[in-house]
Write a protein that binds this ligand. Structure first.
Ligand SMILES: *Cc1c(COP(=O)(O)O)cnc(C)c1O
Length: 385
């Protein structure tokens, strides 16, 4: 048995892709973002997502693109970040679509000596303030320059800084995107994509978009907003949301979207040792946990080297049908769990799975959702089913 491993269910990935397309059939193209080694799932995810109907992929580096091409040679792939011009030949070999982030980058690509004709997507910065054009004259000029070159302007896109769940940034970014593209005719550009997964779920379709782009969703996480539930505190939160909605004239937020997604990743390990610890003894580095009574510990071969946050005192693991708490500090390669007499040395331990959702895992490990997936996926053996 492996010390620890992640199990990736390719059928689930495929079904997630088809469920998304079935729920949102109004787009021409569906781009799955497979940066971070497909959010830790490995590039084998690409084939499954493609089988589920995803027809375009996006990566963040040439290394990722190369790994993707080993799995799938003929799907279109957008390189989101500006390619370094001295690596244009590699981009050509990998048959990539290039994201263009500003005039300087465009000029260097147009000026490069290559016979190849690239598909280009202009990246617009509508308020994220990271990559992208943020001047409408430049965007219009860029379109002209591309028309006169050997390349094609295939797409234009932007990335949202927030989900726009009762904050005005989302709407402001859409307004800004339209303003920045007001000197060009968007309908001339085959692919217009503004979204991330949460934008797709949480809001009505953006009128100018004909393509959608998503990450977490395809891996099985419903990242849309959920209702607050009952109670007086939640009533107040609802009222606050309504107030903001009116005050800033925000687009509608759609909560509790029903869509059949299932997380494709599970994370498991074996038990290294079971041991009794007497009342009053301390467990782990810095003696941060004291046994209040005689307890049984299971020592596990996973630590922050395996994608678990170091600051983890509240996490739990599943053994059999029961959940058990992690006690003491997480080490680089080990941690300890307080168990009971029913646990055997041969039992398999689940750190992320049906009973332990990614949300629970992240709260315990003090990590973001995508951060946790990348971290677990990259630091453990992967098994595909
Ligand atoms: C990561 C990324 C996405 C996917 O975001 P999710 O929130 O995982 O859906 C989309 N577009 C760009 C440019 C990204 O970098």
């Amino acid at each position: 048995m492996l010390d620890s491993y992640v199990q990736i269910d390719l059928t689930k990935l495929k079904n997630n892709a088809s469920a998304i397309i079935k729920k949102y059939p109004e787009y021409k193209n569906y781009i799955a973002v497979v940066k971070g080694d497909a959010y830790g799932h490995g590039m084998s995810a690409v084939k499954a997502l493609y089988d589920g109907g995803i027809n375009y992929f996006a990566v963040s580096s040439l290394e990722e693109a190369r790994a993707l091409r080993e799995i799938c040679s003929d799907v279109p792939v957008l390189y989101l970040e500006p390619v370094s011009v001295d690596r244009l030949e590699e981009a050509k070999e990998l048959d990539l679509t290039l994201g263009i982030c500003d005039m300087t980058h465009l000029k260097s690509v147009l000026g490069a000596k290559t016979e190849h004709s690239f598909n280009l997507h202009l990246q617009v910065d509508a308020g994220f303030n990271r990559l992208g054009f943020n001047d409408k004259e430049e965007i219009s000029l860029a379109q002209k320059m591309i028309k006169e070159s050997q390349h094609q302007l295939q797409g234009i896109y932007q990335h949202f800084a927030t989900a726009g769940i009762f904050d005005p940034h989302y709407d402001n970014q859409i307004r800004r995107f339209k303003e920045l593209t007001s000197l060009i005719d968007l309908s001339e550009i085959p692919m217009v994509h503004l979204g991330s997964g949460v934008a797709l779920l949480a809001h009505p379709k953006i009128d100018v978009a004909n393509t959608t782009r998503m990450g977490l969703l395809v891996y099985g996480y419903n990242v849309g907003p959920q209702s607050y539930g009952g109670g007086i505190k939640n009533k107040i939160r609802e009222m606050r949301d309504k107030y903001y909605q009116k005050k800033y004239n925000l687009t509608q937020t759609i909560k509790d979207v029903e869509i059949e997604l299932s997380p494709a990743m599970e994370y498991k390990c074996r038990i290294l040792q079971l041991k009794r610890v007497k009342a009053g003894e301390f467990v782990g580095y810095n003696a941060s946990y004291k046994a209040e009574s005689d307890i049984t510990l299971a020592v596990l071969p996973v630590g922050y080297n395996n994608g678990i946050g170091h600051a983890n005192f509240s996490r739990c693991v599943q053994i059999g049908e029961k959940l058990y708490p992690v006690v003491g500090e997480i080490g680089m390669n080990m941690c300890a769990v307080k168990v009971d007499e029913s646990v055997k040395i041969t039992d398999e331990v689940t750190l992320l799975g049906k009973k332990i959702t990614l949300g629970m895992f992240c709260r315990g490990a003090n990590l973001g959702l995508a951060e946790a997936l990348v971290s677990i996926g990259k630091n453990n053996e992967r098994i595909y089913i």
